[in-house]
Design a protein around this ligand. Structure first.
Ligand SMILES: *Cc1c(COP(=O)(O)O)cnc(C)c1O
Length: 432
């Protein structure tokens, strides 16, 4: 059944005139996988509909926020109700405290937080605070981890930066990039070496505790614990960027699963239930360095926006109430899907490595294993591109890059997963 994309094509032609690459964010252009990106007209539960009314099973979930599925009624109602009272105040409102209390309960490492409007702002503000708190200038990050598009963090980054195969970004001066040390993920040797060389000069170590932006890569046993130990003994701050993993791998994020208390945590995506929202938080003693209490400036016209707060409260309240059931079922469905598709690939003689962590998963087209960015980069991206296109034609929308994790939502049913595995089997059989 061939999809028709007349209306999407007309919209794409207009978008090409108005936006660089025709998009508002690079990976949406499908450059890495080819084919035509459909324009989305609406979404409900686990499904998207494009402008030509083709339906797709959604495995990118707006890049993470949609853990309860699209247009989840309590979220839609909360946003509609909040909008009646104006969509923005630019002054404090009750809902900020309500959402913050949900966050503090979920993340014992967070005493105080600040709301921002994106994950990028959360990470960029957290490193500014860490530099001020420690009086140090170097930042350690890991190859293939993505922390948004602030200058200091676009060094060997994941997500779109990895998709387009560039080491960083044009427009970031060497002097700025030179203060960011990018080390291989999951390897302690280089971390120990850099801390020996620059002892007392590293403000923070920033990491995705379960990486999702080079595709899904879990930390090796003991790795995060060692980072906690090394940073603490040098007086450097450990920052967990849980913009993707927060409320996804567990309600309390990766730090709940690994029982580690970072000094600062970045949140976003699920936090705002699909509306623009992020936050960073940690111990009060560190967070009080922010203006107006302290000397670190950080501000936002739309920070703590009442619609974002309402969507976040509705999402987190539902997740908190049903956490026992939701996270175990996401894990079970995630494993079934990951293993089912991998099995189908192997039956067709295609090399594949599956990394799955709860509802985050990636099929790397390589014999693997994939424990770091070098491992992920060994994947056959041409095979991924063909797989992506064929699955899209079968009505299944995977993230359009080998280096982006796929997401399941609570709206995906076992039948949806069986349908996906069957579709993959047919796709691989044709290829093989
Ligand atoms: C998505 C993401 C970001 C950036 O968030 P935006 O809201 O896109 O700015 C930062 N860190 C991680 C780990 C992410 O997954």
């Amino acid at each position: 059944m061939a999809r028709e994309l007349y209306r999407s094509e007309a919209l794409r032609q207009r978008a090409e005139r108005l936006f660089p690459g025709g998009v508002s964010s690079p990976v949406r252009a499908f450059v890495a996988v080819g084919g035509q990106p459909p324009f989305v007209a609406k979404a409900k539960g686990a499904f998207l509909w494009d402008a030509d009314a083709n339906r797709y099973l959604d495995y990118f979930g707006s890049w993470g926020p949609m853990i309860l599925g699209h247009a989840f009624p309590p979220v839609v109602e909360a946003v509609a109700r909040a909008a009646q009272n104006s969509v923005s105040f630019g002054a404090s409102c009750e809902a900020e405290g309500t959402l913050a209390e949900l966050v503090v309960k979920a993340f014992p490492s967070i005493e105080k937080m600040r709301f921002v409007s994106s994950g990028t702002e959360a990470a960029m503000s957290a490193i500014r605070l860490a530099r001020a708190h420690t009086g140090r200038k170097y930042v350690v990050k890991f190859e293939g981890c993505y922390h948004g598009h602030a200058d200091a963090l676009l060094v060997k980054a994941g997500s779109g930066v990895a998709t387009f195969g560039v080491p960083g970004s044009a427009g970031v001066p060497e002097e700025v990039a030179g203060l960011t040390l990018a080390l291989p993920f999951n390897d302690l040797g280089p971390v120990e070496e850099v801390f020996a060389r620059l002892s007392g000069q590293i403000a923070c170590v920033l990491i995705e505790p379960v990486a999702g932006n080079m595709g899904c890569v879990a930390p090796r046993p003991g790795y995060l614990e060692a980072l906690r130990r090394i940073t603490a003994s040098d007086g450097s701050l450990l920052i967990f960027d849980e913009v993707m993993t927060g409320f996804r791998v567990a309600f309390g994020g990766a730090q709940e699963i690994f029982a580690i208390q970072p000094d600062l945590t970045c949140l976003g995506k699920i936090l705002g239930g699909g509306l623009p929202c992020g936050a960073f938080g940690g111990r009060a003693e560190i967070m009080d360095g922010l203006a107006p209490r302290g000397p670190v400036y950080q501000a936002g016209t739309l920070s703590g926006n009442p619609l974002a707060m309402a969507a976040g409260i509705a999402t987190l309240t539902h997740l908190a109430e049903h956490r026992g059931k939701i996270y175990s079922s996401l894990e079970r469905n995630g494993r079934t899907l990951a293993d089912g598709v991998a099995h189908a690939a192997r039956e067709a003689g295609i090399a594949i490595t599956t990394n799955q962590f709860g509802s985050m998963l990636t099929w790397f087209f390589t014999s693997g294993p994939v424990n770091d960015f070098a491992g992920a980069a060994a994947s056959d991206t041409a095979t991924f591109a063909r797989f992506h296109q064929a699955m899209l034609n079968a009505g299944i929308w995977l993230p359009p890059s080998q280096f982006e994790a796929a997401f399941l939502s609570a709206a995906h049913t076992p039948a949806d997963i069986d349908f996906t595995i069957e579709a993959a089997r047919e796709v691989f059989a044709k290829k093989g």
